[in-house]
Design a protein around this ligand. Structure first.
Ligand code: SF4
Ligand code: SF4
Length: 485
């Protein structure tokens, strides 16, 4: 979902020119000096009498001037070429001190409408009458602990915490439950009968951050392409998605900005942009701001589907506004500020990661880091793009009837690659760790076309051994650079 744009070309030109003239002041001397000498020589030649021959002094003088011009011009051109090539190369390799990869760009995208928070919540309450409502709610992990956010079913729309920072789990658990019955079977009368159990309740997930929208797109590709998974797809097709944008990184350590998953332009029915009181809506719209009315919380809105448009447009229009010119200028400003707010923390450009992993299969890092791993599988559990599962049959005591169940599995668990006969294809923690990182950085992308990691850093936060996927990728990138020199 990355967008190239004219802006990025302008940035590239800007980088080249600033590198040329600011980073290399020598160019400021050699270029004007060459031009000055050239002008001096031309003026002298034009001013002299055409009938006069060249005196030995003039001949020496002109030869000196021409030689000096040639030397300065050669040095200047060579310098400029080196600077331009160096600047472009740094940009391609992602090793420059400035932007390392194209940032997600949303230029050209426009708000479809502006709504007040009150209007929005009225409509969320309305949709909850016909759909199961799921969204971020605050609750403590353990009694007495400070609350964190989890995607839960919501009965009262007041519990919906749209302004949450980050969620411990992603909304994946709604589309791919941690445990589900695939079908029930009965062989009691000698004729085998299986009844599919598909939970396709109409659902609305409200408050999905861009990274998790990217993760859902990856799950859609994994479960929907080719032989599609009917259970996942039935739920997905009945799910209405309302995204909410992040103006800033939701917490320390995320690297969604490096990957480009901190912005989404598709994959939702409605996208909300919390632009604070920059946008005006409700009674404050049209006032000069000096009135007694308190500023209302307003959301910029982009529609991603006809269903989204129909949902929010319905009802009274008192708090529903079509954007005016200045609103979209403010939106551009919001997007620009947002791009600046996401720091770069991943050393390699995300596009270079598959190549780096290709060269890192035998790195000693796997063993060194694997030694610290407890093989607890927490990183798998919290990851929005992990989708491995196990299948078990639960039968009654006679074994004639029962159900087939699917549960989440995790490649970091020791038993994950164990097979009949006792062999384990990935017995060592180091091998499991390498497998997980290869899936996130290379294999899933090659398989689905969507990145296997969205940079949410949930795995980093969940790991008690403080093993960090970002640190691993940074270290492998450094190793790969050393290996090249
Ligand atoms: S691997 Fe880690 S950072 Fe990447 S998507 Fe999964 S939990 Fe997020
Ligand atoms: S959460 Fe950390 S310790 Fe647990 S399996 Fe993952 S990397 Fe290993």
């Amino acid at each position: 979902m990355r967008h190239s744009s004219d802006n990025s070309k302008q940035h590239r030109c800007g980088r080249v020119l600033s590198a040329l003239f600011l980073g290399h002041p020598q160019v400021l001397v050699t270029v004007p000096l060459s031009i000055g000498l050239l002008v001096h020589a031309i003026v002298r030649i034009l001013n002299r009498e055409p009938t006069h021959g060249w005196s030995p002094g003039e001949l020496v003088h002109c030869t000196g001037v021409v030689t000096a011009i040639s030397i300065f011009a050669t040095i200047s051109v060579w310098y400029m070429m080196m600077v331009i090539l160096g600047s472009l190369k740094r940009n391609e390799n992602g090793n420059g001190s400035e932007t390392k990869m194209e940032r997600p760009h949303m230029g050209g995208h426009r708000l479809d409408c502006i709504v007040s928070q009150a209007y929005l919540f009225e409509h969320i309450a309305e949709i909850a009458k016909s759909r199961r409502l799921v969204g971020p709610v605050a609750k403590p992990c353990m009694p007495g602990e400070s609350p964190q956010h989890f995607y839960e079913e919501i009965d009262d729309v007041k519990d919906l915490a749209l302004a949450f920072h980050f969620s411990v789990y992603s909304p994946k658990r709604v589309l791919l439950p941690a445990r589900e019955t695939l079908f029930q079977f009965d062989n009691a009368n000698g004729s085998f009968e299986a009844v599919s159990q598909i939970d396709d309740r109409p659902t609305a997930i409200v408050g999905v951050h861009p990274c998790d929208l990217h993760a859902i797109a990856m799950l859609d590709a994994a479960f929907g392409d080719g032989l599609s998974d009917s259970h996942y797809m039935a739920r997905r097709n009945n799910t209405f998605l309302v995204g909410v944008d992040c103006a800033h990184p939701c917490t320390a350590g995320v690297f969604c900005g490096d990957i480009g998953s901190n912005a989404a332009t598709t994959g939702f029915d409605v996208m909300l942009y919390p632009m604070g009181d920059v946008l005006k809506c409700g009674a404050s719209r049209g006032s000069n701001g000096n009135g007694a009315e308190a500023p209302e919380v307003c959301y910029g809105v982009m529609f991603g589907s006809d269903a989204g448009r129909a949902w929010l447009k319905g009802g009274h229009d008192d708090d529903y506004f079509l954007p005016e010119g200045s609103d979209n200028e403010k939106f551009d400003c919001y997007l620009e500020n947002k791009q600046q707010a996401f720091p770069r923390t991943l050393d390699p450009a995300w596009e270079d990661v598959p190549g780096i992993l290709d060269r890192s299969y035998d790195s000693l890092l796997w063993k060194a880091t694997g030694r610290r791993c407890y093989s607890c599988g927490s990183c798998n559990l919290v990851c929005p793009t992990c989708y491995c599962f196990d299948i078990q049959d639960e039968t009654d005591l006679g074994g004639a009837a029962g159900r087939r169940e699917r549960t989440w599995d995790g490649c970091m668990l020791r038993e994950f690659a164990a097979v009949a006969g006792g062999h384990n294809f990935r017995d060592a923690a180091a091998n499991r760790l390498r497998h997980r990182i290869y899936r996130k950085g290379k294999w899933i992308k090659e398989r689905t076309g969507h990145g296997g990691c969205v940079g949410c850093a949930r795995c980093d936060r969940a790991c008690t051994a403080q093993i960090s996927i970002k640190q691993i990728l940074n270290q492998l990138s450094e190793e790969a650079q050393h290996a090249r020199h």
